[in-house]
Design a protein around this ligand. Structure first.
Ligand SMILES: NC(=O)c1ccc[n+]([C@@H]2O[C@H](COP(=O)([O-])OP(=O)(O)OC[C@H]3O[C@@H](n4cnc5c(N)ncnc54)[C@H](O)[C@@H]3O)[C@@H](O)[C@H]2O)c1
Ligand SMILES: O=P(O)(O)OC[C@H](O)CO
Length: 335
């Protein structure tokens, strides 16, 4: 039987563990907080992150990383992007030598501008072929209700991607494989930044033309960055690109969109942070995405104003004027 260890008992870690267990994979969750671990292991619930959801009886949980990792074929990582390096460094001594490491995270590391799979390869000292990424339009609030969804499993080794696909595929959760790890990761990380922008516009009371403009020009930014980093352009028309961008930018379930919406309504950054109980990756990753773009000489005007609004106190109305007053250009440039 295939075995998986999932690190992170937050909303997506717990939900993905449910999917794995539902697909017949023997799954153990690792969590920091003993009370959540006990609730999952004994009472089959995660009241903090998934209130009202009944978890599978077969799903185990522990606070001991060595216990979770014992015999694991897949080590699934679902902690905040900015803590991954420290977390994985601590878990490294217990990693099974042949295990495949799987990133569920949608962020870019501050300081290094590395994608999560790059951080994993570096810290765990494993080749790219032993690292997979799962990303797509996967809003937890819908998946836990059993609503149909699809995702992308990316790995340069097709057989590894197919094994992981099989380990999480369910009649109502379709996993597609894709060898383009760079494109899949960029799609997931940058759509959070665009969702912040769409949220700000919605919070200001602006309509669907503005939302569509930001999503479409946001996809152009993602594609330009992807081209500079060697991604397959087709990935951005797929589930991990356009699919996740649309879901995140339009859903009230998205933490990133909601964060932006609150800023657009006039709440201060401190008030919005206090109101945000879960990880909104774009808030930190907008800075690392912009730094990555500058390193590669890629123009990302929406990302620039998101950084200015979220981190430098620029009023949303000024950000909107800056974007609208850019010089006229062809729709397609710089790719
Ligand atoms: N929730 C979703 O709908 C969803 C869907 C797809 C992908 N993702 C991505 O999955 C990743 C995890 O998101 P989530 O929704 O589970 O977030 P979450 O905020 O719900 O949970 C984060 C988990 O990490 C733990 N954590 C926080 N700081 C930590 C630290 N210093 N060390 C170890 N653990 C720590 C928390 O206790 C919690 O268990 C993010 O990159 C997110 O973008 C989320
Ligand atoms: O709630 P968000 O904004 O982190 O988005 C969740 C997922 O990434 C959607 O696919």
């Amino acid at each position: 039987m295939t075995k998986a260890a999932v690190f992170g008992t937050g909303s997506w870690g717990t939900t993905f563990a449910m999917l794995l267990a539902g697909a017949g994979t023997e799954t153990t969750l690792w969590g920091r907080r003993a009370e959540i671990v006990e609730a999952i292991d004994r009472r089959h619930e995660n009241p903090d992150y998934l209130p009202g959801t009944v978890l599978p009886d077969a799903l185990r949980a522990t606070t001991d990383p060595a216990e979770a990792l014992d015999g694991a074929d897949f080590v699934v990582l679902a902690v905040p992007s900015q803590t991954l390096r420290g977390n994985l460094t601590a878990w490294k001594p217990h990693l099974p030598p042949e295990a495949v490491l799987v990133s569920l995270m949608k962020g870019v590391e501050l300081g290094t501008t590395k994608r999560m799979s790059e951080v994993i390869c570096e810290v765990a000292e494993v080749p790219q072929e032993r690292v997979a990424v799962v990303s797509g339009p996967n809003l937890v609030g819908e998946i836990v209700l059993g609503q149909p969804a699809a995702t992308v499993v990316a790995c340069p080794d097709e057989r590894v991607a197919e094994r992981l696909q099989e380990a999480c595929h369910l009649p109502w959760f379709r996993a597609y494989t894709n060898p383009d790890v760079v494109g899949v990761e960029l799609g997931g990380a940058v759509k959070n930044v665009i969702a912040l922008a769409v949220g700000v516009a919605a919070g200001m009371g602006l309509g669907d033309n503005v939302g569509a403009m930001l999503m479409t020009r946001g996809l152009a930014e993602i594609s330009r960055l992807g081209a500079a980093l060697g991604a397959d352009p087709h990935t951005f028309a797929g589930l991990a690109g356009m699919g996740d961008l649309v879901a995140t930018c339009t859903s009230p379930l998205s933490r990133n969109r909601t964060f932006g919406e609150n800023l657009g309504k006039g709440m201060t950054l401190e008030e919005v942070i206090a109101a945000t109980k879960q990880t909104a990756e774009g808030v930190k990753s907008c800075e690392s995405v912009l730094e990555l773009a500058r390193k590669h000489d890629v123009e990302m005007p929406i990302t620039e104003v998101v950084v200015a609004v979220v981190h430098d106190g620029m009023p949303p109305s000024e950000a909107g004027m800056l974007l609208m007053s850019r010089s006229p250009k062809p729709e397609r440039y710089g790719v």
